[in-house]
Write a new protein. Structure first.
Length: 342
């Protein structure tokens, strides 16, 4: 059986991680990555021995790559001509413009959360609505916060049903290296409801959701506090069992040293994960409890890598590689090295 040929448009924070994730899938072949300039990420790719072929979006900028000694395998069109599906990780708005080119080449496309919803046929999440993505030409991923939020709420919903949720997001203000945002010394709030709550209802329309978001001057990880009203009463201990059974949720303990977003990031580095990435969201054992029948818990979102598994799930759905949701996400997890922990 031939492998699905995957191309990456944009080799930035998400694109480089998508390339790594796709390259690890044993039933997929990474055609290459495309970008517009010899950025630091591209220069690092070159210094690492060019493990992925590089294609040039703008041929007029070829001299810049030549001066840097960075080999180019061809043009953006050349890459698309060799692909079955493209994972678009370009800046917001660029993917929508690229869509006409994808249609011209007859390739399917999966867009990241920065694009507007109307760019795609389905607003997609691997665990929550995999079946809706089957055979669709264009899928759009949820944001990093929404991706992790839906994982947790979907797991609880499948166990006991969820009527509604209220969330508070403590959001990192910028990615590492985003110096254009400047140095900040403030906590900035957004109006209720925040888009992550609205997006969750788009994916899970049977759940009522609202939420507040607070921007904080840190760069690694968001923390979301969730208050869920279940349809059936569930104890904190039983809820922890539900969360532990989910391969993309890592239940951790403050008592073991996991007392912050930084502790989780450091642990990922200590594990030897490339770039300190962690695909799983963290969920604190000591931060789960009841308020009446409502269940309250807190999760950590590793914003740079959390959407990678769901994007790979999107390839499986769009290309109809697996019809069964659990078989599909199970293969993605297997090839990414994600495993269930007791």
């Amino acid at each position: 059986m031939s492998k699905t040929r995957v191309a990456i448009a944009g080799y930035g924070t998400i694109g480089m991680r998508l390339a790594d994730g796709a390259a690890r899938q044993e039933d997929m072949e990474l055609v290459g990555v495309a970008d517009v300039a010899p950025t630091l990420a591209i220069r690092a790719l070159h210094e690492a021995g060019m493990p992925y072929k590089l294609f040039l979006v703008d041929p007029a900028r070829q001299p810049e790559f030549d001066r840097a000694g960075i080999p180019v395998a061809g043009t953006f069109d050349d890459m698309l001509a060799q692909a079955d599906v493209v994972l678009d990780a370009t800046p917001a708005g660029v993917g929508a413009r690229n869509k006409a080119l994808y249609a011209q080449h007859g390739v399917r496309a999966i867009f990241q959360a920065g694009e507007k919803n109307d760019v795609a046929d389905v607003f997609f999440h691997g665990y929550a609505n995999y079946e809706q993505g089957l055979g669709q030409r264009y899928l759009k991923l949820t944001s990093c916060n929404t991706t992790g939020l839906v994982r947790a709420v979907d797991a609880l919903d499948r166990a006991v049903g969820v009527e509604r949720i209220a969330i508070t997001i403590i959001r990192r203000v910028a990615d590492p290296g985003d110096t254009h945002r400047g140095l900040v010394d403030l906590l900035q709030v957004e109006k209720v409801p925040n888009h992550q709550a609205l997006d969750l209802m788009h994916i899970m329309p049977h759940v009522q959701a609202t939420g507040l978001l607070v921007h904080t001057p840190v760069t690694h990880g968001h923390i979301i506090n969730i208050v869920a009203t279940p349809k059936k009463t569930i104890s904190p201990a039983a809820a922890l069992d539900v969360f532990r059974a989910h391969p993309r949720i890592r239940v951790v303990r403050i008592a073991d040293g996991f007392n912050s977003n930084a502790a989780l990031f450091k642990y990922a580095r200590d594990l030897g994960n490339k770039r300190g990435d962690m695909y799983e969201i963290g969920l604190w054992e000591e931060c789960i409890g009841l308020s009446g029948n409502d269940l309250m818990f807190a999760i950590n979102i590793p914003q740079e890598a959390v959407t990678i598994p769901e994007t790979i799930d999107g390839v499986r759905a769009a290309m109809s590689l697996q019809a069964d949701r659990l078989e599909a996400v199970g293969l993605t997890n297997k090839y990414l090295g994600i495993r269930t922990r007791n």
